[in-house]
Write a protein that binds this ligand. Structure first.
Ligand SMILES: NC(=O)c1ccc[n+]([C@@H]2O[C@H](COP(=O)([O-])OP(=O)(O)OC[C@H]3O[C@@H](n4cnc5c(N)ncnc54)[C@H](O)[C@@H]3O)[C@@H](O)[C@H]2O)c1
Length: 434
């Protein structure tokens, strides 16, 4: 198949290289600056396996780049849109990037027979987009094909998904979509477009809810001297519940959960349907950083002039994405309290915010710090030389926002190095130097 794919961000680029790997001829379109970088193999997106797959598919003549939507769309069997759909301050989803793409198609009069929306869009959007294309004389069908990949394992998730969902009206659209995914072995659900749009939002809302549930229970564990790790192990081994997304910590971040929850709440408000579970999910998450920060202040008393070492900037491991990362919320707390931040992340070397020094190594970042806080679950943080880290510090205080350190490491830094260790969802008294 000839596929034109608009948007080469986290979703679009992964989709483009994966469809090319499946044997389709893919032309990926983005803004001049982005395409210029990709032509020189400079990826703004950091994902395991992506760079090699990009090189392979380009070498095999299956993947091309362009900057002109209409030119790239000419002669294609389908056009897929994977541009951003951020939330506006009023909670509505901003569809301007999608409308801009449609604008190019309408102006040129060029449009493939099928337009597939891959971006996450509010319920009813595909119906509306199809109406506007038809009004412009472009008798194309709009289908919805949500993406469920996780950043950090995006290529794997795309090629080995749990399920593929097609929201479409006609048999012809379903046939084209099935052709596009030929070679991927996963159950396919075909449904109407509105249900497909809600499958995506409901899935993300449910995952966010699991995280907030674990975080809520972790507060109870701290109060009663229980251990959240044991609690979620017991809860998650029930097959009806499952262990994924049941980890307590500093809360979820990233470009999707917060935005999609807001969008879903707005969709509910528009028709007078309240969604209290989702409101609670967002509220619990919003409070995670303040709660962690309060622990820090309980030891420091006066934070002004203190230095905090932060391990982890990206919102999760194996990605360089800092959108809505818990790190950014922590940073603004620090700025308000006059705290100096020295941070380290294995792949993020720049932060689009003032008041942070990004260091080249964790040992540099921790030098003369009055506390260290683990914000991202990068596995390499667990195997740092922790006694050495502690020796570099002015005050040996460790806040483990992801419960990442092993019991052996904790015992060593407390007993040998005299550190104070503060985890999430476990009694702090268990972790004070004897
Ligand atoms: N990131 C994820 O993990 C994820 C997972 C599933 C679904 N989604 C959804 O997929 C969509 C894309 O997300 P993302 O994280 O890849 O976004 P992104 O911001 O990383 O990428 C969007 C890309 O679209 C390009 N773009 C915008 N307008 C354009 C135009 N008119 N012409 C050409 N290119 C244009 C931008 O330059 C950018 O490169 C969103 O709706 C998001 O909610 C994201």
């Amino acid at each position: 198949m000839r596929l034109t794919l608009i948007g080469t961000g986290y979703v679009g680029l992964v989709a483009a290289v994966c469809f090319a790997k499946l044997g389709h001829e893919v032309t990926a379109v983005d803004r001049e600056q982005v395409i210029h970088g990709l032509m020189e193999s400079k990826l703004s997106v950091w994902e395991p396996e992506l760079d090699t797959l990009l090189a392979d598919t380009r070498d095999s003549g299956k993947l091309f780049f362009d900057t002109d939507v209409a030119r790239a769309a000419a002669g294609a069997d389908a056009l897929m849109i994977a541009v951003g759909t951020p939330t506006r301050v009023d909670g509505y989803t901003d569809l301007r990037q999608i409308r801009e793409v449609l604008g190019h198609l309408m102006q040129s009069g060029i449009c493939p027979p099928l337009v597939i929306i891959k971006s996450t869009v509010p319920v009813g959007t595909c119906d509306e987009l199809e109406v506007s294309l038809h009004a412009a004389g472009l008798l194309t069908e709009v289908a919805y094909n949500p993406e469920f990949l996780r950043q950090g394992s995006a290529v794997y998730d795309f090629l080995e998904p749990d399920r593929i969902v097609f929201g479409c009206k006609s048999h012809h659209a379903e046939t084209l979509l099935r052709q596009l995914y030929e070679g991927i072995n996963a159950p396919v659900q075909v449904c109407d477009r509105r249900s497909a749009e809600l499958v995506k939002y409901a899935s993300n809302a449910f995952l966010a809810m699991k995280i907030s549930f674990a975080n809520m229970m972790s507060d109870l564990c701290e109060g009663y001297g229980a251990d959240i790790r044991q609690v979620v192990e017991g809860v998650g081994s029930d097959q009806r519940i499952g262990p994924d997304f049941l980890k307590a910590g500093v809360g979820y971040g990233g470009s999707c959960f917060t935005k999609d929850l807001k969008s879903l709440l707005t969709s509910g408000r528009l028709i007078g349907c309240s969604l209290p579970l989702l409101e609670a999910t967002a509220k619990i998450n919003d409070q995670r950083i303040s709660r962690m920060f309060a622990k820090l202040l309980s030891i420091w008393m006066n934070p002004i002039g203190k230095r905090l070492c932060v391990l982890g900037i990206s919102f999760k491991p194996n990605t360089n994405d800092v959108r809505d990362a818990p790190f950014l919320a922590l940073l603004s707390h620090c700025q308000r309290h006059g705290i100096e931040v020295h941070a380290y992340d294995p792949v993020v070397h720049y932060v689009p915010a003032d008041g942070v020094n990004v260091m080249d190594s964790p040992y540099d970042a921790v030098r003369n710090a009055d506390a260290v806080i683990i914000m991202t679950e990068w596995p390499q943080f667990a195997s740092l030389d922790w006694p050495r880290m502690i020796q570099h510090m002015r005050l040996p205080l460790v806040l483990d926002g992801r419960n990442l350190l092993s019991d052996e490491v904790i015992a060593q830094i407390i007993d040998v190095n005299g550190a104070i260790y503060m985890p999430v969802g476990r009694s702090i008294d268990q972790h004070l130097p004897k």
